[in-house]
Design a protein around this ligand. Structure first.
Ligand code: AMP
Length: 220
């Protein structure tokens, strides 16, 4: 294993990106940069920016591009990413954001964009049963709840259903994914950066597939 990597993770909501990114970040010893987590943390802090972001998120809408690009540019400026790399989760969300990301990173672009493929029927089931810790963001589900009531095993925070995992917001988010984010797959393919991994199966299986695909691509 060679530590350090510059990765973008793509995939529908509910494809298991968050869980897999946490593992990949540990494996490659790089920061996991989740724009959704950054926005949720801003929303919890109750700042004016956070409140505005929350309105977009709760409705399943995308936060304006310029806001997101500014947020990511600032985060990628930290030393940890310059030295070790990063796993970007939730960004870019459309081809404009992808172009801007390339500008921010120039002259050294990402190593690869990984599309975690999962059938829509499965992501709908996963999103409907997903529960998340309000404090640290750990994911649970109705089938795999925390040990004690709905209290997070890691930090003791309250485990709830995300506002944007309600049926209406799920429909909107998946529609936006098809319209705006799915074209990114072809965009990265055209630039020779795309790696596709089957996201169906137990988290351990999917993680194994991801590491194999990433390492074989890095060796080639
Ligand atoms: P996620 O956890 O990645 O599903 O993101 C949750 C919500 O945060 C999304 O539904 C959007 O409202 C917002 N969001 C996250 N990343 C972006 C982005 N790159 N561009 C616009 N909105 C974003």
């Amino acid at each position: 294993m060679v530590p350090g990597a510059r990765l973008v993770i793509l995939g529908k909501q509910g494809a298991g990106k968050g869980t897999q990114c946490t593992r990949l970040a540990r494996h490659y010893v790089v920061p996991h940069i989740s724009t959704g987590d950054m926005l949720r943390s801003a929303a919890r802090s109750g700042t004016e920016f956070g409140q505005r972001a929350k309105e977009y998120m709760d409705a399943g809408e995308l936060v304006p591009d310029e806001v997101m690009i500014g947020l990511v540019r600032e985060r990628l400026d930290y030393d940890d990413t310059a030295q070790r790399g990063f796993i970007l989760d939730g960004f870019p969300r459309n081809t404009y954001q992808a172009e801007q990301l390339s500008h921010i990173l120039a002259p050294r672009d990402i190593d690869m964009a990984i599309d975690v493929e999962v059938d829509t029927r499965i992501v709908l089931e996963r999103l409907a049963s997903r529960r998340v810790c309000q404090v640290c963001g750990t994911n649970y589900s109705v089938e795999t709840p925390p040990k004690l009531e709905w209290t997070c095993d890691h930090c003791g925070g309250e485990v709830v259903q995300r506002e944007d995992d309600q049926p209406e917001a799920i429909r909107r988010r998946l529609a936006l994914y098809e319209e705006q984010t799915a074209p990114l797959i072809a965009w990265y393919q055209d630039r020779g950066k795309l790696v596709t991994v089957d996201g169906f199966g137990r988290p351990d299986e999917v993680a194994g597939r991801l590491v194999k695909a990433i390492d074989s691509r890095r060796m080639s």
